[in-house]
Design a protein around this ligand. Structure first.
Ligand code: UDP
Length: 310
């Protein structure tokens, strides 16, 4: 079977490519390397079932016939989408359209990785798929949130107009090996700061919450969605919720470092709470995360230590 993965050289995308190759599939990995990294896929380059195409899906030409399309390409870190808001909007609109057209032409299965950010700064907690969200359409995060919401709406438009159904998974904060140490998100920031004996930077009060899912659990959820006859939208994430201050304590404990907390101004529109309700994934996919935060963080800390000689 031939499959296409957009964003395949990124953090989650490269792990997905690994699993698809392990299943014996022929993988076309498309990435423009704006936030992805060839290093994440270098171990696959010699595999004759793996094909890397350095291309931007916004200007995409692809003639192979594929049976599955996984659309992961995006600028997923706030630091990245704050600095490239236009590219972020294009990959979640023109890019999504191009990949939907490819899937439609090939009669391929299509899966889009949406985000918990479609719920914005949520007033409902935990977040169920039925919640419409609380997004500021002109705020600093809107380039990301609205592009993902647009993609979801576009998938529904293809269903209405062309009778073509695409799958939607809403990914909550995911972490693990191959995250970029400087991508600005809280997991790599805190680990990098801890390993370099620097204070941990907490934005705002640190009372805001997040729920962190280890990447292997996320990959399993994505693959199960593609294999199922369920189209979503479906939340994928780990419902164990931590305040950012508690998360900082966890990093101190696991790195064995006694570090100061440096409070910084909070980010505009930073969601105050986030925790997925995964009842639907449990019911429809028989899926729930297996890796505890301790276990996942130890693997992630080891990865950053090794990669950066720390
Ligand atoms: N955050 C923080 N210090 C950092 C980086 C992030 O306190 O060095 C906070 C950020 O304000 C947010 C949470 O951690 O409340 C998660 O941020 P991240 O960028 O990892 O992902 P988000 O869930 O906001 O997309």
């Amino acid at each position: 079977m031939k499959v296409l993965v957009s964003g395949g050289a990124g953090f989650i995308g490269s792990h997905l490519c690994d699993s698809l190759i392990a299943q014996g599939k022929k993988v076309f990995c498309v990435d423009n390397l704006v936030s992805g990294n060839k290093k994440n896929i270098e171990h696959l380059m010699e595999n004759n079932k793996f094909h890397f195409l350095e291309q931007d899906i916004n200007f995409f030409s692809f003639e192979e016939k594929v049976e599955e399309v996984f659309h992961l390409a995006s600028l997923a870190s706030p630091v990245d989408y704050f600095s490239k808001p236009v590219e972020t909007m294009l990959v979640g609109s023109v890019g999504t359209k191009n990949l939907l057209d490819l899937a439609l032409k090939n009669k391929a299965k299509f899966l889009f990785t949406s985000t918990s950010e479609v719920y914005g700064d949520p007033l409902e907690h935990p977040q169920k798929e039925s919640y419409y969200g609380n997004v500021n359409p002109v705020g600093i995060r809107s380039c990301y949130d609205e592009s993902k919401r647009f993609s979801e709406a576009l998938i529904k438009a293809y269903e209405k107009q062309f009778n073509f159904k695409g799958k939607i998974v809403r990914i909550f904060n995911t972490y693990g090996p191959r995250m970029r140490i400087n991508d600005g998100r809280v997991v790599p920031n805190f680990i990098n700061q801890a390993l370099n004996n620097r204070p941990l930077t907490v934005y705002g009060s640190g009372k805001q919450t997040r729920s962190f899912c280890f990447v292997s659990d996320m990959i399993e959820g994505i693959l199960k969605t593609m294999e199922s006859d369920f189209f979503g939208p479906i939340n994928l994430g780990n419902p164990e919720e931590f305040s950012i201050l508690d998360f900082a304590e966890k990093i101190k404990e696991l790195t064995g470092k006694d570090l100061k907390i440096e409070f910084k101004p909070s980010l505009q529109d930073d969601p105050k709470q986030r925790k997925p309700d995964i009842s639907l994934a449990k019911k429809k996919l028989n899926w729930k995360p297996k890796i505890s935060l301790n276990e996942g963080l130890i693997k992630t800390i080891d990865f950053f230590r090794e990669q950066n000689n720390l």
